[in-house]
Design a protein around this ligand. Structure first.
Ligand code: ADP
Ligand code: MG
Length: 652
């Protein structure tokens, strides 16, 4: 399950700090005058910007505008947006002439508390959409904190929408917070009855949404062009209506699934039909079958009544996609009347999708619904249950959210086994609350990154070198990892220390190199049996933690570093640390962090226990105050066992 419990700017101490804020100022411009034709997006970001100004932050805004192809182009300058923002904010907003160049750096440096700087269009750099780690690092170097408030691009993993969070402590702005509070609640814990109304042109555009919502809603209402594929599936003739023949089977399956789940699936009983697709086409209402030569353009009055009735007692309503060709007046009635029914209902009402949002606004109901999502594509992916990278990358509000990490090592015969494990696991942990990370061999990293895209499983490397490049046969640099889109790595694993002679100094070099590339390390520490029996555990672990963290700044620690206590004597020996033994050392590690940094940093750093954690003992271990998760090796890397461990957190 996507985690929507993220830090917001209200959780940050921003006074006197440089805060880089990704906003969505991709506003429509008049083609001839270049003037802004709709400033809704700028207004949408005002609460966040005003908050930062009022709280004495040095504000650095970054956005894209349009689709510049080859570097800077005057017509894609942020200038008009800056002018409008200055007016709305009632204070000067400075525009830098570049994004990460001399001017941006000088102007960021010169900012005083409460001042606002806007960088030039971030897409003047092609590295932006590639989420290039070096570009993200340069951009991050302008600031001390990162806030994402651009919901409209949150479904994209670009440097300014996700990459920055690998370098800076991060939080969401108020716009994204509202999106995830309202929509996240509707998806994860809706007030019932929960009714979804889906429309628009094509079934194929909305399959993901239907699939995700059918597991959650009490009633599913279908209208718009896509309804005709469903009506065809139940044996009606649909004339020349929009029909996706290759989706008829799918429509049948969805209808069967709805029936099986006890979901009420409502389809149009009558339609406004036209003799051709035009605003002034001849039209009439028919019930049931649509005759040859005619096409369905809108839902009919009986259907409106049926749908409005289903909305009456709803406590949560999600609407995506118009009920007909609402751009033509003669075929806009169904959409308008459904919009009215939603506006008049007491339900929590959420409007997602570009055209549906435009319709609600044009009709003047914007103030009568709970929430109009500001992202077209992003809200669709949200409703599909996908994990949005622009939200996923931000710091958790709950610093102790369970972190369940698997470590594949060199286990089993073929690389495909790791892939099979992750594939099976994806299905089993879809609704799990824990954060899940799987470290896999280099050979399958690429494939598994693709496989886990937009899901709640993150893929990590099991190790990396400390140099950026050079003649190190057989090694992989953190730069390689970052450029592959891998942002997590396990370092100093007990097996690396034991069999490959890794020292504390080497581990520290790797930690610093990883952080330099925006790759978040899980640092392993732990003692051998002889060391434990000689009573050296606490001193040794302290020494390992301190050495590994040499020169790591406090803000990187809380935001990007995880420590794993991994007693060597409990690995592959059949011996298991008791929950008390594990907790005792993890508490000690937290104290070491507190002494090294401060209480707050220690509190914000996740500490894992690794060493024969399995389904049977996970609840007890994860129940300990200072154990925030597990690093789980070979023995429990079966999808069933692993998912049991991952479920412990939400069951407690
Ligand atoms: P949203 O942007 O809200 O997600 P979509 O983009 O999926 O909505 O769908 C909107 C489009 O669907 C509109 O352009 C509308 O004209 C079209 N549409 C709705 N009903 C029909 C229909 N019966 N026949 C053809 N097009 C339709
Ligand atoms: Mg649309």
């Amino acid at each position: 399950m996507a985690n929507y419990n993220k830090k917001s700017i209200a959780d940050l101490d921003v006074a006197g700090k440089r805060v880089i804020v990704r906003v969505d100022f991709n506003v429509p411009l008049d083609k001839t005058t270049g003037e802004i034709t709709d400033d809704k997006r700028i207004r949408g970001a005002l609460p966040t910007i005003q908050y930062l100004v009022d709280h004495k932050a040095k504000v650095i805004l970054v956005s894209h505008l349009g689709r510049p192809k080859n570097g800077p182009e005057a017509k894609f300058s942020m200038k008009p947006a800056v002018d409008r923002l200055s007016e709305l904010l009632g204070q000067e907003v400075v525009l830098a002439s570049d994004v990460i160049g001399e001017d941006a750096k000088a102007k960021a440096e010169a900012l005083e508390d409460g001042q606002v700087l806007m960088l030039e269009n971030v897409r003047f750099h092609k590295e932006e959409t590639k989420n290039d780690p070096e570009f993200a690092r340069e951009l991050a170097s302008l600031a001390e904190l990162y806030v994402n408030d651009a919901f409209g691009t949150a479904h994209r993993a670009h440097a300014s929408t996700a990459g920055l969070a690998n370098y800076l402590p991060s939080a969401c702005g108020f716009l994204i917070k509202k999106e995830i509070d309202v929509m996240g609640k509707a998806l994860n814990d809706p007030a019932r009855p929960f009714v979804a109304i889906l429309g628009g042109a094509k079934v194929s555009d909305k399959i993901g949404v239907i699939n995700n919502l059918i597991d959650k809603v009490d009633t599913l209402i279908i209208g718009g062009g896509m309804a005709y594929t469903f009506n065809a599936a139940r044996g009606q003739t649909v004339g020349n209506s929009l029909l996706e023949e290759d989706k008829i089977e799918l429509a049948k399956e969805l209808m069967a699934k709805a029936e099986e789940k006890g979901v009420d699936l409502l389809l149009p009983e009558d339609n406004v039909i036209a003799d051709h697709f035009a605003a002034d086409a001849d039209h009439k209402v028919v019930e049931g079958n649509i005759p040859e030569g005619w096409m369905g353009m809108d839902i009919g009055p009986k259907t409106v009544e049926l749908y409005a009735n289903a909305l009456k007692d709803a406590k949560t309503v999600v609407w995506n996609g118009p009920m007909g060709v609402f751009e033509f007046e003669n075929f806009a009635k169904g959409t308008a009347q459904i919009a009215e029914a939603i506006a008049n209902s007491d339900a929590i009402s959420i409007i997602g999708g570009g055209d549906s949002s435009a319709a609600i606004e044009q009709l003047g109901y914007a103030d009568k619904v709970t929430h109009i999502s500001t992202g077209g594509g992003a809200s669709l992916e949200f409703l599909e249950g996908k994990v949005l990278p622009g939200i996923d990358c931000l710091q958790n509000k709950d610093a102790h959210r369970a972190y369940v990490c698997g470590n594949w090592k060199m286990n089993k015969g073929v690389p495909a086994d790791a892939e099979k494990f992750v594939t099976e696991l994806l299905a089993k942990v879809k609704d799990v609350d824990s954060e899940i990370l799987i470290a896999v061999p280099y050979t399958v990293l690429d494939r598994l990154v693709a496989l886990t895209d937009a899901t709640n499983i993150t893929v990590a490397a099991e190790n990396c070198h400390f140099e950026d490049e050079g003649a190190y046969t057989g090694e992989i640099s953190p730069k390689f990892l970052a450029k592959m889109g891998i942002h997590n790595v396990v370092l100093g694993h007990s097996e690396r220390r034991e069999y490959f002679g890794e020292t504390d100094e080497l581990v520290n070099k790797k930690v610093l190199a990883a952080l330099n590339w925006g790759v978040r390390p899980i640092i392993c520490v732990g003692e051998s049996l002889e060391q434990r029996e000689a009573g050296q555990t606490f001193d040794l672990v302290k020494q390992q933690v301190e050495a590994a963290l040499a020169d790591v700044p406090a803000d990187r620690l809380g935001a990007h570093v995880t420590i794993a206590y991994e007693p060597i004597w409990a690995i592959g020996t059949g011996k298991t640390a008791t929950a008390e033994q594990a907790e005792e050392v993890c508490a000690h590690i937290r104290q070491v962090l507190a002494n090294l940094y401060c209480e707050e940093t220690a509190e914000n750093t996740r500490i894992l226990y690794g060493g024969s954690m399995k389904a049977a003992n996970a609840a007890e271990l994860l129940g300990q105050k200072n154990i925030d998760g597990g690093l789980i090796g070979g023995a429990s890397l079966k999808a069933d066992d692993f998912s049991e461990i991952a479920k412990v957190y939400q069951d407690r």
